[in-house]
Ligand binder design. Structure first.
Ligand code: NIG
Ligand code: FE
Length: 399
């Protein structure tokens, strides 16, 4: 397939630079990280990108798609979501919007509803939100357990998730299970023992909610280290609701990502800047909990690699829309539109330690989004407007 007549093509090819923003993580200096090509074409061969470049130089192919002078970018990589759940927390949201604070305790409501649901109900819910995300341009998503908190309920959440994505995360350590409220140490033993054994076969990643009211730094280290011994790679919910040890622990363990990063000291920022750990910012959560915004500008200026994701979950961030998160990040977190689009595509890929997605370069998966707009900047410039009008996943048009 040849997609031609693309007014602006985001490739995220660093060698095409005009290079990079202020971040030292990008090789060349100055300008945009997006490897933008104007009046471009893309050739898809099977599941992969075969060629990108100036449309006047495009090789001839039988199957032509006219992009109509619109923008094409890599499909979004949503590297943080919690989509295996049942139930609804409208009442909690309403209470929050009349002044009540968010607390991790609301997770218990979803745990009860998720345990009570059938496998079919959980899978139907998951596929509904995946479809919703796909229509908005998301072609890769990570998703987590964490609303089961028993051996059986965590394992079934991951089994269901693994039917839909390779990026599956074991989050038995979301909160201490209500069944173990009196004995958190026993719950940590379960999470690092029998539950881990049951869950590891379905997961690539292990995550922990490192926060007051959830798990402290020592518990989080024990949980992630146990997961690593079983072949899972660490990522952490870190520094979301308060300052704490999560970010430093993420760096210490070479976690792929420290997620949220809302409350950071200068030492936390330095640690991230001198590591491979990506800071994944989740502005849907700050939006839906009326919390202060993570400071993306501070991270980028320090040279930290930033990803943007939805955190889609029924409690703190019930949005599946990466474009919405891009708009928030630009409006309220100090990102330029180029940086936000990079973070939602190439940044997400780095947060999942993937080279084959988040870019439109030869050999990468042909995962791409066509916007009903002449440039990717419109994602932030036209907030709330459903601009994604075509989506290809693994070379197949799905929207
Ligand atoms: O990433 N922070 C912990 N977990 C989720 C919220 C889960 C919930 O409230 O149900 C988050 O925001
Ligand atoms: Fe989360």
């Amino acid at each position: 397939t040849l997609i031609t007549n693309i007014a602006a093509l985001v490739t995220n090819d660093p060698s095409l630079g005009w290079g990079s923003p202020r971040s030292s993580k990008f090789e060349s200096g100055g300008g945009s990280p997006l490897g933008l090509i104007q009046d471009a074409a893309v050739v898809i061969d099977g599941e992969r990108i075969a060629w990108t470049g100036d449309q006047s130089k495009a090789p001839a192919t039988d199957n032509r798609v006219d992009a109509g002078g619109r923008a094409v970018l890599p499909g979004f990589v949503d590297s943080h979501s919690h989509l295996v759940f049942a139930g609804d927390r409208t009442a909690e949201f309403n209470a929050r919007m009349s002044g009540r604070a968010y607390s991790a305790g609301g997770i218990r409501t979803t745990v009860a509803a998720t345990r009570a649901a059938t496998d079919e109900e959980l899978e139907a819910n998951l596929t509904r939100y995946l479809r919703e995300a796909l229509r908005q341009g998301t072609t890769t998503f990570e998703t987590k357990s964490g609303y089961g908190l028993t051996v059986e309920d965590e394992a079934r959440a991951l089994r269901i998730a693994a039917r839909h994505t390779d990026e599956v995360t074991y989050l038995g350590a979301h909160i201490v299970s209500p069944d173990h409220a009196e004995d958190p140490a026993a719950y940590v033993a379960l999470v690092t023992g029998e539950m881990l054994d049951a869950c590891a076969p379905y997961a690539r990643w292990i995550d922990v909610f490192c926060e007051k009211g959830a798990f402290d730094g020592d518990q989080a280290r024990a949980i992630l280290t146990a997961g690593r011994a079983k072949g899972l790679h660490p990522r952490i919910h870190a520094n979301q609701l308060s300052y704490g040890p999560g970010v430093q622990l993420a760096v210490e363990l070479d976690a792929a990502s420290a997620d949220h990063c809302t409350h950071l000291t200068d030492a936390d920022v330095d640690a991230l800047a001198n590591s491979r750990t990506v800071a994944t910012l989740l502005p849907g959560a700050e939006f839906s909990t009326r919390a202060r915004w993570p400071d993306a500008r501070r991270l980028l200026d320090a040279g930290v690699t930033v990803a943007l994701s939805t955190d889609c979950n029924p409690g703190s961030s019930f949005t599946s829309s990466v474009p919405f998160c891009v708009a928030l990040a630009v409006r309220d977190m100090g990102m330029t539109p180029d940086e936000a689009v990079w973070s939602a595509t190439a940044g997400g890929a780095r947060a999942l330690r993937r080279e084959d997605i988040g870019r439109l370069t030869p050999g990468a998966y042909a995962d791409l989004a066509l916007l009903d707009a002449p440039s990717h900047v419109h994602l932030a410039y036209r907030p709330g407007v459903p601009l994604v009008t075509g989506v290809w996943r693994r070379g197949v048009r799905v929207v």
